[in-house]
Design a protein around this ligand. Structure first.
Ligand SMILES: NC(=O)c1ccc[n+]([C@@H]2O[C@H](COP(=O)([O-])OP(=O)(O)OC[C@H]3O[C@@H](n4cnc5c(N)ncnc54)[C@H](OP(=O)(O)O)[C@@H]3O)[C@@H](O)[C@H]2O)c1
Length: 354
């Protein structure tokens, strides 16, 4: 049994010297667990031992952690952590390196890094594979840094590696105002591609345009297939980033240009879909998709290297920035999950430890 805590705690002041925090490793830390599958109220502040890094891993003192839609699915009991990952949710953090195996990554104890995790980010301390850490880009706060890993790793792999988006191509982003969508629009524009987005309100569409989309379609009031065909003079788009699936698949096929690529990253509209095999052949379409969390450390470290080379300069030049909806205190995790479930947010929800 882990010790459960009231939501309001006396504030613990971290030391200013992270090396001395290594002495904390025999101590407990505050963390947030899923007490049972259910709504936001099942999230519970508790104490657990500070985790220990192994070979190829570092211990981070977490400054801030990002909230992602997969956390909501995990909380509901629909997305169990992969084998070997902590049961504590949390796929991305920004924190200081306290100790561990720095490898040849060029990091030092005390560096602030953004890290992609398979779990365990909702905690004061977490263990991250060293290869999945990237330096906090200059000019970004730790809260902004915590908003980067899950979206950037996902978008890079799915849009640029699987989808093969190139300069001059056109990308259709479903859910353009989501954490993932706001990152996809900015990365595609920075890479010299044209972007069409969909979103569920006019305000969200306006946010997509502000980020660089040429056109944004309110999917409640407009048919996105007609809108795409009209906007592209019946040519269609080269890549679709889809987080809906279900009945969207056949409609997205009708949006694709010849040799177009359709990449599925979520199934909010259902897992069963009809495929137009005629269009698939005539237009030489590619249907693909992936999930990031279960991939190996080696695979994710490869994405981290690509991000550092291609995307980190864009961030430091100010061409790509995390879109921050709300920053909550970690103790407000229930409210943060409620905000995500209400679906009013634009961009990222992030929590920070006081
Ligand atoms: N495969 C992977 O590796 C991977 C990794 C991370 C995330 N994901 C998935 O990517 C999605 C976005 O994640 P997130 O953390 O950025 O969550 P989020 O901010 O909550 O985004 C969910 C988005 O889905 C959009 N959406 C729902 N139904 C739609 C529809 N019928 N048509 C168009 N858009 C629709 C919503 O748009 P409105 O609010 O405008 O309705 C919202 O923008 C989630 O489904 C998540 O599970 C996949």
């Amino acid at each position: 049994m882990h010790r459960h805590l009231p939501w309001r705690l006396p504030q613990r002041t971290p030391t200013s010297n992270p090396a001395s925090d290594a002495l904390l490793i025999d101590r407990d830390m505050r963390t947030i667990e899923i007490s049972q599958p259910g709504g936001p109220e099942v999230l519970r502040l508790c104490e657990r031992p500070v985790p220990q890094p192994g070979a190829g891993e570092v211990l981070l003192r977490v400054r801030a952690f990002g909230l992602n839609r997969p956390d909501v699915l995990q909380r509901r009991g629909l997305y169990p952590p992969p084998v070997g990952a902590p049961d504590i949710p949390g796929l991305e953090v920004c924190g200081e390196i306290v100790s561990g195996d720095l490898g040849g990554a060029g990091f030092r104890v005390g560096d602030l890094v953004c890290a992609l995790l398979a779990g365990g980010g909702y905690a004061e301390y977490c263990v991250a594979p060293t290869g999945q850490c990237l330096p906090l880009p200059a000019g970004l706060s730790p809260e902004e840094g915590a908003a980067l890993p899950e979206t950037l790793f996902t978008v890079w792999h799915n849009v640029f590696e699987r989808g093969q988006l190139r300069a001059g191509d056109t990308l259709l982003v479903q859910g353009g105002s989501s954490g993932i969508g706001t990152a996809a629009i900015q990365l595609a524009v920075a890479a010299g591609a044209r972007v069409i987005a969909t979103a569920g309100s006019d305000a969200k569409c306006a946010a997509c345009i502000q980020l660089g989309a040429e056109m944004a379609v309110n999917y409640h009031t407009q048919d996105f297939v007609d809108a795409v065909q009209t906007h592209t003079a019946q040519r269609g788009v080269d890549v679709v980033l889809d987080m809906v699936a279900g009945s969207y698949i056949a409609r997205e096929q009708r949006c694709l240009a010849e040799d177009g690529r359709l990449v599925v990253i979520a199934v909010q509209g259902g897992v069963q879909a009809e495929v137009d095999a005629g269009l698939l052949m005539r237009k030489r379409q590619t249907l693909t998709g992936s999930t990031l969390r279960t991939r190996s450390v080696e695979f994710k470290s490869g994405i981290a290297r690509a991000l550092r080379e291609k995307v980190w300069p864009w961030i430091e030049q100010g061409r790509v920035r995390p879109v921050m909806d709300t920053i909550f205190a970690a103790e407000q995790i229930v409210q943060a999950h409620q905000r995500m479930e209400q679906g009013q947010h634009i961009g990222k929800l992030v929590l920070r430890w006081a």
